[in-house]
Design a protein around this ligand. Structure first.
Ligand SMILES: C[S@@+](CC[C@H](N)C(=O)[O-])C[C@H]1O[C@@H](n2cnc3c(N)ncnc32)[C@H](O)[C@@H]1O
Length: 221
């Protein structure tokens, strides 16, 4: 039970998927540097991953103020030296807040000089947001990641059609909630990534018919 001042929210799926996701992250993330988590949601993933991925720094974010309050509350209950406070980030904005990060204030606040941004992690967002969010995510990853940097996606994907009956039902449910939502076709996501100099490295089959999809930022042309 939450006390009146406890803003922590709970998403039960995070407890089920966090260990399999961590196993992939341990394989694909650079060994050091800062990982930006886009669409952190409740913050349960952030407090689970940060201490287990040390010495990397973990920077959670979400555009929803109540979810940022939840992330902050989870961080208060599970402090980790490498876990930053949540950033207000909507991936559709043309300039992400940390890009004003060219300024010394941001460099110092997030320790970007000693721990530069090396990876972006995005779990269960692109099907629960309009396609413009996927395009914004790819554009931002293309702008911010250094050559060799990693973009990690997790969620359900279509691959020449739905990969499981449960995903068909899930897709219909999403579309009935919002016609702009829906399970994305992996080919469309890869094309959007390629347009931003991100190359798909690998996919991993995950529990409950989800996929991990790993992209790498190519060298500047
Ligand atoms: C289903 S939740 C997933 C949250 C968390 N990653 C998890 O796995 O529990 C979808 C998240 O996407 C975020 N989101 C939706 N549109 C977004 C956008 N344009 N930019 C960034 N985040 C967005 C929502 O605020 C929400 O936190």
């Amino acid at each position: 039970m939450n006390t009146p001042n406890d803003a922590r929210q709970y998403a039960p799926a995070t407890e089920r998927n966090r260990k399999p996701i961590l196993e992939v992250l341990l394989q694909v993330l650079p060994q050091s540097g800062t990982v930006l988590e886009v669409a952190s949601g409740t913050g349960e993933h952030a407090v689970f991953f940060a201490p287990r991925l040390s010495p990397r720094k973990w920077l959670p974010s979400d555009p929803n103020p109540q979810l940022r309050a939840s992330i902050a509350a989870w961080r208060t209950h599970n402090p980790a030296g490498n876990l930053h406070p949540p950033l207000d980030l909507d991936v559709r904005t043309l300039v992400w807040p940390i890009e004003t990060g060219a300024s010394p204030e941001w460099l110092n606040l997030y320790d970007f000089k000693t721990s530069p941004l090396v990876a972006i992690v995005n779990i269960n967002m692109i099907h629960i947001s309009p396609w413009s969010a996927t395009l914004g995510l790819m554009a931002g990853a293309g702008r911010l990641l250094p050559p060799g940097g990693i973009l990690y996606l997790y969620g359900p994907f279509k691959q020449g059609g739905h990969t499981a009956p449960s995903n068909v039902i899930f897709d219909e449910t999403l579309r009935s909630q919002n016609p702009e939502w829906g399970v994305r076709d992996l080919d469309d996501v890869v094309a959007a990534a390629n347009a931003q100099h991100l190359t798909m490295l690998e996919t991993y089959q995950m529990p409950a018919n989800n996929l991990s999809v790993v992209f790498q930022r190519a060298s500047n042309p």
